[in-house]
Design a binder for this molecule. Structure first.
Ligand code: KG4
Ligand code: ZN
Length: 346
């Protein structure tokens, strides 16, 4: 018999990178409880996520995070109808912690196990926030490891159209923030630094925009262009840089503008190529204010329907794992043989 109020209740787990997260959602996409335990303070002093440390932190947190989520949802473990887990893509050690926890719960509770693709879940955050009109769509995921465009015919029917051939947008934000001496995590602090900057102060390239027939991104060269601007070609020592606040703001704003232009340009291309009229966006970089502003401008100018996940559902969370409800409805269950798929999906 289904759980709470006769509704089907799902526990979703998310441990792909450095957030330990769990949520309880119903089949009507009501969020009963959600917890995200960030590891930012742990990785801060290294200037980036250290995979081995991330997996150990997940190990320590996963049980308390699940407990707290169930407490907030006000349901006991036995009332769950299914357990879902993001098993791809991500850091191997981190993924294994979530997968092992999910398998254990599914086995002990004798409930179905459902696999979640983290990238698809990022797009599904829009479905949770805005409703069924989000599909069909072109889905854009802009995160720390991925910048990918999908044809999303439906919530369980994604086809990759193209993505970055080197760095992801978030990765470029993080690395350029580090070059500018901005605090970790880089994306949000670069956005903050850019607030008072002039986006036209420096001319940075818009890679791939001059290749109009290809759905692809490249952010590695843009990152290098910022480095050349700062220390000159072939040099890597940032320690003696003495940038004024105004220079930092201008560099940050000019870099941010270039990234956003590339993302907007290729999203438009994907809409044209597929003939689709809706664009749905998720992933940490989609929390960026300038990105949201320029995408909204483009939607008005080109007349497509735009959904960008609310900032809290852009960065990693378990609520977006509600995509597992769609798999539950489609009868897409997994055996306890389910494995992780680590690394990047290109
Ligand atoms: O989706 P996410 O939380 O984790 C991954 O799946 O990777 O994305 C994290 C990325 C990081 O690179 C972070 O710097 C970036 O999203 N990010 C931002 C902003 N907030 C997070 N980038 C630019 N502006 C932001 N406001
Ligand atoms: Zn993510």
């Amino acid at each position: 018999m289904p759980g709470f109020d006769g509704k089907m209740l799902l526990l979703t787990l998310e441990t792909t990178c450095d957030e330990t997260a769990a949520a309880v959602v119903s089949d009507t996409l009501e969020v009963l409880g959600s917890v995200v335990a960030s590891q930012d303070v742990i990785h801060e002093r290294f200037g980036g996520v250290v995979p081995e440390i991330a997996s150990r932190a997940h190990l320590e947190r996963i049980v308390p995070v699940i407990d707290e989520t169930l407490k907030r949802a006000g349901i006991p473990l036995e009332r769950l109808d299914a357990v879902a887990v993001a098993n791809r893509p991500g850091l191997a050690g981190s993924l294994l912690v979530g997968l092992t926890a999910a398998k254990t719960l599914a086995l002990v509770l004798e409930k179905p196990l459902i696999a979640v693709n983290h990238l698809q879940a990022h797009v599904y955050a829009c479905r949770v926030a805005f409703g069924p009109e989000v599909f069909p769509c072109v889905g854009l995921v802009v995160s720390g490891g991925h910048s990918s465009l999908f044809r999303c015919s439906g919530p369980v029917d994604f086809t990759l159209l193209g993505g970055t051939i080197d760095d992801a947008a978030g990765e470029a934000f993080d690395k350029v923030a580090a070059m500018l001496g901005l605090p970790y995590p880089g994306g949000p602090s670069l956005q903050k630094a850019a607030e008072n900057g002039d986006p036209k102060a420096y001319v940075f390239p818009r890679p791939m925009l001059d290749v109009p027939d290809r759905i692809a991104f490249s952010f590695s060269g843009l990152k290098t262009a910022v480095r050349y601007q700062l220390v000159g070609p072939g040099k890597t020592d940032f320690s003696r840089l003495a940038l004024s606040e105004c220079e930092i703001a201008d560099l940050a704003a000019s870099f941010q503008e270039a990234v956003v232009d590339c993302l907007v340009g290729k999203a438009l291309h994907a809409l044209r190529q597929t003939g689709m009229k809706t664009l749905s966006i998720g992933g940490g970089v989609a929390a960026n204010a300038r990105f949201r502003e320029k995408m909204s401008e483009a939607a008005r100018r080109h007349g497509f329907r735009l959904f960008i996940a609310p900032p809290k559902l852009c960065t990693d969370n378990a609520v977006m794992g509600a995509i597992a409800i769609e798999r539950f409805k489609a009868g897409l269950f997994e055996s306890l043989e389910l494995d992780i798929h680590s690394g990047l999906e290109r």
